[in-house]
Design a protein around this ligand. Structure first.
Ligand code: APR
Ligand code: PHB
Length: 391
């Protein structure tokens, strides 16, 4: 088989790149290790920056988010038992964020790809990447019991943190930056109305971080900070709802409608960046190149901005035979990646209880929250990062 761009991974990054390439008439094939159902079963964050919504629309996949997304023009922070609202739109020249689940984004992209007749090979085994240091990259794998080979111009590594793309690069040519946080997030999905259909609520209390989010007017997503040594079995629904309410202000807590969980999981928090994001004819995008902690919901948005830059580089190459875009991709993407890494780290540091932090760190955190609430400039910094930075 031959294609122009072979995409590894059918997560949001790979599917969105596929949709943009398809729209521009650039031939592409996606090779995915899991089944489509498995990919759709992963519950992740659900806040889209304006530019992510615009990129989905550009790719021809904007209808779902336009029809079913919930626009938010402020966010709420709870600390010291009080809730504070931070306006986003007037501070950012009219930008908003939209609540729309990653599962829905992925499903819209999959349906669109199927309707366009583009090839996605699910359940591909033993994927290996070769020749990307030459003009003739090759992707090999086993598909439904048969050995397959795809010859291509470029490989797009969109296969997440544990994928094969980054692992295929000679260790000496890649630098990795890691930071782990000493806690995780316990997430619960429940078919109950959200505490607020107009804003996400981020809480910092003596008992730890909490977050109230939504998927729709009838489905909510909540989180509490917990030790990574906890297991889901330690957290009955009752314990979860009680703990969540204890971490919020009295008014927010009184508005929480509880119900049986339909999904419950514990995820670690980490920051990670791999540099560069290009190795000859192999390009990394999304979680394959970087991870952010979920505070601020930047993972999917950062993947979407990488993909938009990579798409622009490929389309420049095919429309004008110029390599300037592909040569500049890594530097351009990393400049935005690091600014988003900084924001996700900052919001994580501001809103969590750090078990290893002494009284001094705690006092500095309280001072930062009080400065934030008293400073228009500090709130504008939060707002412009939250709605999404330019590229
Ligand atoms: N071969 C083929 N596919 C693979 C391989 C492999 N060796 N390894 C992993 N994959 C697939 C995974 O099964 C997954 O479907 O690559 C896909 C990567 O998807 P994500 O992990 O979702 O990564 P990405 O698309 O970059 O995600 C962007 O969405 O899922 C969130 O946390 C993620 O916030 C981030 C954003
Ligand atoms: C979510 O809706 O799952 C969500 C929202 C905001 C975050 C993280 C996750 O910062």
């Amino acid at each position: 088989m031959r294609t122009q761009v072979c995409i590894i991974g059918a997560g949001p990054a790979g599917l969105l790149l596929g949709a943009l390439l398809q729209q521009a008439g650039i031939d592409n094939v996606i090779v995915e290790r899991q089944s489509a159902d498995y990919v759709l079963g992963r519950i992740r964050a659900g806040i889209l920056e304006q530019t992510t919504v615009d990129t989905l629309t550009q790719a021809g996949v904007g209808q779902g988010v336009q029809a079913h997304g919930h626009v938010h023009n402020h966010l709420e922070l709870v600390f010291n038992g009080q809730r504070h609202s931070i306006e986003l739109t007037q501070r950012t020249g009219g930008k908003v964020v939209t609540a729309y689940g990653q599962t829905e984004v992925t499903k819209d992209l999959m349906d669109h790809r199927a309707a366009a007749g583009a090839t996605t090979l699910y359940e591909a085994k033993d994927v290996s990447l070769q020749g990307f240091d030459s003009a003739k990259p090759v992707v090999r794998f086993e598909h439904h019991g048969k050995a397959q080979q795809i010859d291509c111009d470029f490989i797009a590594g969109c296969d997440g943190f544990h994928g094969i793309s980054r692992a295929s690069v000679p260790p000496g040519s890649i630098t990795e930056f890691h930071k782990e946080y000493p806690f995780g997030w316990l997430g619960v999905l429940a078919d109950v109305p959200p505490v607020s259909p107009h804003a996400i609520v981020y809480g910092n209390s003596l008992r730890g971080f909490s977050l109230c989010s939504m998927r729709s007017l009838t489905r909510s997503r909540y989180y509490v900070q917990c030790p990574m040594s906890d297991t889901v079995a330690d957290w009955s629904d009752e314990r979860f709802w009680n703990e969540l309410k204890l971490r919020l202000d009295a008014d927010t807590a009184s508005r929480i409608i509880t119900g049986p969980s339909i999904e419950k999981s514990i995820a670690p928090l980490r920051s990670f960046v791999a540099e560069p994001m290009r190795f000859g004819r192999l390009f990394l995008a999304g979680d394959a190149a970087h991870i952010v902690p979920p505070t601020g919901a930047k993972g999917l948005n950062l993947a979407a901005s990488d993909v938009k830059m990579l798409f622009e580089a490929f389309s420049e190459y095919y429309s004008s035979q110029s390599e300037a875009g592909i040569n500049g991709y890594s530097q351009r993407a990393l400049s935005r990646v690091w600014r988003v890494e900084r924001f996700s780290w900052w919001l994580t540091s501001l809103m969590h209880r750090f078990p290893d932090t002494e009284g001094f760190g705690q006092k500095v955190q309280e001072a930062e929250l009080s400065y934030l609430m008293s400073s228009e400039a500090a709130q504008t910094m939060l707002a412009e990062n939250y709605v999404g930075l330019g590229g």
